[in-house]
Design a protein around this ligand. Structure first.
Ligand code: FES
Length: 246
C-alpha cells in the first residue's frame, strides 16, 4: 500500500483537456475535476461541491478578466478558483479554500500527480524520452475498467502474460525469458518468443504472415505500480507500448 500512496500517477496528456472544458478524472479512488484555462494553467479540485455535493465536472468554466478561469457548480453556480476559494453571495470577501487543490506536476504535455501523498518514487524520465523520439498524434481512446486494484496490478505487471493473452493471436509457441533485471520497483524482462511457422496455404490466404518475424523479441520495462512499457524492435517496426494505471 505504501508504494501505491507514494507513486506518481499519470493523470492525463495535455491534449485531453480543451481550454475551459472541465473533465472528471479519478485517482486512487477519489474523483477530481480538471480544467485548463485559456492561459494553459491546469487545476484539479475534488469533484464534489462543498455546498450540496454536486459534481463540479458537470459545471462550466467562467473566464476572469486576468485570463484565468473558475469552475462553476452546476447546481447553484458557486464558482471556485484555482485554490478552491469562492466568493459567497451577498459578500465580497473571498472564502478560505473550501476545496483543497490536488497537487499536479506538469512535465511537458504530461500531467502527473502523487494523489496528495508524500512522493516516495520519482517520476521516471522514460515518458519524456519517448516524447522527444516520437511525434504525438493524439489520444486514441480512454477506457475505465471496473476492477480491484490488485487484479489490475497483477495483469499489468505480469511480464509473462504473452504466454497467455497474446499466445493465440501471434501463434507464440514458447516464451523464453532471456534476461530479467530486478531493480526492486523497476525491472526489465527480455523475451524471445518463437512463433509457429505458417504453412504455404496460410501464407496464400494471408500474405502479411511473411512480414512477421519467426521470433518475436520483446523488452518489457516495469515501474511498479504505475507503469509498464513494451519496447518492440525489429527490421520493419519500432514500437513502444505504454500501460499506465490510475
Ligand atoms: S451544490 Fe454547488 S453551489 Fe450548491
Amino acid at each position: 500500500m505504501e508504494q501505491l500512496q507514494g507513486s506518481p500517477w499519470l493523470m492525463a496528456h495535455r491534449s485531453m483537456l480543451k481550454p475551459n472544458q472541465p473533465r472528471k478524472f479519478s485517482l486512487l479512488g477519489r474523483d477530481y475535476v480538471l480544467w485548463k484555462d485559456s492561459q494553459g494553467k491546469i487545476t484539479a479540485l475534488p469533484n464534489a461541491c462543498p455546498h450540496m455535493g454536486a459534481m463540479l465536472s458537470e459545471g462550466w468554466c467562467v473566464t476572469q478578466c486576468d485570463g484565468s478561469s473558475t469552475i462553476a457548480c452546476p447546481f447553484h453556480a458557486l464558482e471556485f478558483d484555482h485554490q478552491g476559494c469562492t466568493v459567497l453571495p451577498g459578500s465580497n470577501r473571498q472564502t478560505k479554500s473550501l476545496l483543497s487543490p490536488l497537487e499536479l506536476i506538469v512535465q511537458g504535455d504530461l500531467i502527473w500527480s502523487y494523489g496528495g501523498y508524500e512522493p516516495k518514487i520519482p517520476i521516471p524520465n522514460l515518458m519524456n524520452a519517448i516524447a522527444t523520439e516520437y511525434d504525438f498524434i493524439g489520444v486514441t481512446g480512454e477506457r475505465s475498467i471496473p476492477t480491484d486494484i490488485l487484479s489490475l496490478l497483477l495483469n499489468m505487471h505480469d511480464y509473462n502474460h504473452q504466454n497467455g493473452t497474446h499466445r493465440e493471436l501471434f501463434e507464440i509457441e514458447e516464451v523464453q525469458v532471456k534476461q530479467f533485471i530486478d531493480e526492486g520497483l523497476h525491472s526489465h524482462a527480455y523475451l524471445a518468443q518463437p512463433r509457429k511457422q505458417p504453412t504455404w496455404r496460410e501464407i496464400l490466404r494471408n500474405p502479411a504472415q511473411l512480414a512477421l518475424p519467426k521470433v518475436l523479441e520483446a523488452h518489457l520495462e516495469n515501474y511498479f505500480p504505475f507503469m509498464g512499457v513494451m519496447h518492440g524492435d525489429n527490421k520493419i517496426l519500432s514500437l513502444k507500448e505504454c500501460h499506465l494505471a490510475a
